[in-house]
Design a protein around this ligand. Sequence first.
Ligand code: HEC
Length: 113
Amino acid sequence: MKYIIKSALFVMFLLNITNANSLEQKALTTGDSVFKAYCWGCHHQTSVAFGPSFEDIANKRTVGEIQGHIVSPKSTYKQLGHKRSVMPAFGETLSQKELDLITNFILSFKKGN
Ligand code: HEC
């Protein structure tokens, strides 16, 4: 019985995510929607995925370092201490507004925020 309730809750949770996703992706007007559209496959908010977590990034980088890397990772990865760069560049993909939104989203995970 417990298992059934848990499974049902999990399915509801998944439906909720996909719903929110499809609604938000039409207009990228929040940091969260930029995140889900372009970054989520490789970065998670607080845990390490393919790339570092946003919490980790927020705790050690400035706005300039964050935006520089998003726009052109090949020019900044060494400076940030990475041996290689596999992250795609988003300089052509994101508008300045979207760049600001995702930067604020990343910084919102700073410890103590
Ligand atoms: C294909 C996987 C991938 C995608 C998609 C991706 N990243 Fe990354 N990201 C990485 C990896 C791996 C690194 C480590 C350095 C590198 O490869 O350039 C990284 C590094 C970073 C860094 C610098 C980390 C540091 O050391 O401070 C920032 C900031 C960042 N990513 C933001 C983003 C944002 C914002 C998006 C979405 C717009 C995004 N990334 C999309 C894989 C990805």
